[in-house]
Design a protein around this ligand. Sequence first.
Ligand code: OXD
Ligand code: MN
Length: 598
Amino acid sequence: MPAETNMTRHQKLLGWLDEMAALCRPDQIVWIDGSDEQRDQLRAEAFATGELIELNQRKMPGCVYHRTARNDVARTENLTYICTTKKDDAGPTNNWMSPEEGYRRAGEIFKGSMKGRTMYVIPFSLGPIGSVFSKIGVELTDSIYVVLNMLIMVRCGQAVLDKLGSDGEFTRCLHGKAERDLNRRLILHFPEDNTIWSVGSGYGGNVLLSKKCMALRIASHQAHQEGWLAEHMLILGVEHPSGLIEYLAAAFPSACGKTNLAMLVPPEGMTRKGYRIWTVGDDIAWMRIDTDGALWGVNPETGFFGVAPGTNLKTNPNAIATVRRNTIFTNVLLREGKTVWWEGADGEPPARGSDWQGEPWHPDMVDENGKPIPGAHPNARFTAPISQCPSHSFRIEHHHGIPISAVIFGGRRARLAPLVYQAYSWQHGVFVGATMASERTAAQYGKLGEVRRDPMAMLPFCGYNMADYFRHWLQMGQRMTRPPKIFHVNWFRADEDGEFLWPGYGENLRALEWILDRCRGEADAVATPIGYVPTPESLDLTGLELPPEVVEELLRVDNHEWLKEADSIAEFFKKFDDRLPHALVDELDSLRRRLTGQ
Ligand code: OXD
Ligand code: MN
């Protein structure tokens, strides 16, 4: 099947396409031009085959519904590999395979896997087309669902090929559903070849190759080589009552509320004060040092691929407004009358519907242990354009990005970390990010205090040796004359009974206000062994009615607990042997000294 087109004269692209088509043997090849007409045609085709279900167009214009296979509902980290010549270049936190083995093993699965199917060619740009931040990729896929998601998530089509010209660089992304068999599924990254191969899955995080695979794993490798940062961070703008808008980039592990924070709605009192939030991105930030010596960033994506369960008018009203139209819903509950529902949605559960597996469902159903059977999969998703978010920033398309005033790291720590604190320096901030962790709470999992370290929320996404990644962060700090200040937040501190002490959601803006005031040198703090912690008076808590002892507990630093934390960090650092930058060991020593008063 020749890859004929008048859309591009890029010989390397055409040659690669021929080669991949010879491997996968599709019946036909279709180029995605980015037009509405083509999108509508593909949608109609997917309705006809049952790959998609059209939702109620009167109530949910432009919305469609999709179910993935039962065994294919989340990212499969155990089948995700970094394929580098040297194992050490993937590092101790990644699965590794040699490039030869990767191409051979995945090649066997891809072989002939698109017979009877169509191969779609999706040219896409991460970042505004032509911006200094931006990178081009081309994804080949045999899934219309992938094409329709990509049309929302990234800039696609002819304009990208025009920018690529006849010899521009691009990331080669090959995806095939194959049999969607867990034993024949591989998500492979070849950073040395700027190539991604994903086979045997139809789940978003495994198959929208622009996202985790390219914008994080491959891009973090490129960023290391080229001197910038590709991070698992949201970006939001906080408009100060004076009209000044300042931007924050924040990293939290998956499913810790990045989307909610990115679209935060200020509580009433702060709206009255004049605060306003501008959403730039909810998942990925690409950041560079500009000529002013400061860090500037873009969100390389144009859509949200958010978790639906738990999203409602209280937790995230802007998300609810965003998904009212032109949205793809995956693995949520399908109601009679072709609308959707999920656990934690507004209103009463519907009396009946069909669940994420297509089975009849009603709210009283329980499993053999008497636990309620959910109608939506806990990782059910919505894919929706950022432009539909009521708080979307007017600077999303700016080619030079936006200046980042503060970088925030966060985890779920029921016991240890105060609501917010500031690192003493860039180097100390890198230590805070590198040792970030989430702790299971009694309410959730039963076993208190179990900790998973997730450095900078990049554990599953760093495409090279994480010790080198830490060094890169340290060096970035040395190259900036006006680096952002670094902070840590914890919305999840709990009392002895496991009850959260902090109300969270919109109220989190109170901590962001303190952070930005600190950046301007306008808020008080006390120097503690772990960093600068707010004085109770420096946080505006008007209207919250938190008892003083709760505020004290939220800001408390327990030296004894932190010394235990220091031991756990030392254990974690052993993973990296002598590749770990010495500056981080120095930071651990300094922390211990401050804790013991030496
Ligand atoms: C994630 C996601 O898993 O964004 O981090 O989907
Ligand atoms: Mn994510």
